[in-house]
Design a binder for this molecule. Structure first.
Ligand code: BTN
Length: 239
């Protein structure tokens, strides 16, 4: 494991390890990221107190990345629940949430033939002091549990759960999909998805086998969405 104090992005360090031929399984953890990245090219604020880590994988060519993303979401969700007595959910594509607020984000990037899985968990991050647009949508384990949480315990749980779900993903086991679906907080709610493509609004109908979101438009047509940011417009039971 590579442990760093301040770094640009742990995903970049993991990518450099990939370029240097380091084998699968390398893990990079930093205390602070000055250039943390989120999905869709966004900035990921990464001050002291969070768990910012990246793992290097070398999956066979043409592996199912969509499902890998689901496996990582399930692992992160379980790791949080193993550490604090709170119930997490997953909001498509792979935000781990406590209630409506995001506690963990996942960024999976290709690195030549390798894959870098970046995971950011707001363990003790003072989200309430962050810019309003972040504070309104995010939470930390500390804030939600009401006490500081040991970052090392979260890291150990994450590596443990990831090992299990990565194995199942590698084996093509449908358990990944089933576990993700059980944690899906968006199914049968009205959602809007903003992303690289045109805005999509309708009722979320869960995910396809490849991790794409199925949205039933008001016309009744089912549209598959492969990337974007989802906001729930209703709560389960409304639709
Ligand atoms: C998102 O939800 O937008 C994804 C956030 C991913 C953040 C993690 S923190 C560790 C790794 N390094 C980065 O620069 N990003 C990921």
């Amino acid at each position: 494991m590579v442990r760093l104090g301040e770094v640009g992005s742990t995903n970049d360090v993991a990518r450099a390890l990939a370029d240097a031929g380091v084998p699968e399984g390398a893990v990079v953890v930093a205390d602070v990221q000055t250039q943390g990245r989120g999905r869709l090219g966004r900035v990921w604020l990464s001050p002291q107190g969070g768990l910012w880590c990246s793992m290097l994988l070398r999956p066979p060519a043409r592996s199912a990345w969509g499902r890998l993303s689901l496996a990582v979401g399930v692992a992160a969700s379980e790791a949080i629940e193993a550490t604090v007595p709170l119930r997490t959910g997953i909001r498509w594509p792979n935000d781990v949430v406590l209630g409506e607020r995001k506690a963990c984000g996942i960024l999976i990037e290709g690195a030549g033939g390798a894959v870098v899985v970046g995971i950011g968990i707001n363990v003790n991050v003072p989200v309430e002091k962050m810019p309003q647009e972040v504070a309104a949508r995010a939470t930390s384990l500390h804030l939600a549990a009401g006490h500081p949480v040991d970052r090392e315990t979260v890291l150990r749980a994450l590596l443990d759960r990831f090992a299990r779900w990565h194995g199942l993903w590698t084996a093509g086991d449908d358990a990944v999909l089933e576990a993700w679906r059980r944690r899906d907080v968006t199914r049968r709610t009205r959602v809007v998805v903003d992303g690289p493509g045109p805005r999509v609004e309708g009722i979320a109908e869960g995910v396809d086998d490849d991790g794409a979101l199925r949205v039933r438009l008001d016309s009744g047509v089912i549209q598959r969405v492969v990337a974007g940011d989802l906001t729930r417009l209703s709560v389960p039971g409304d639709c």
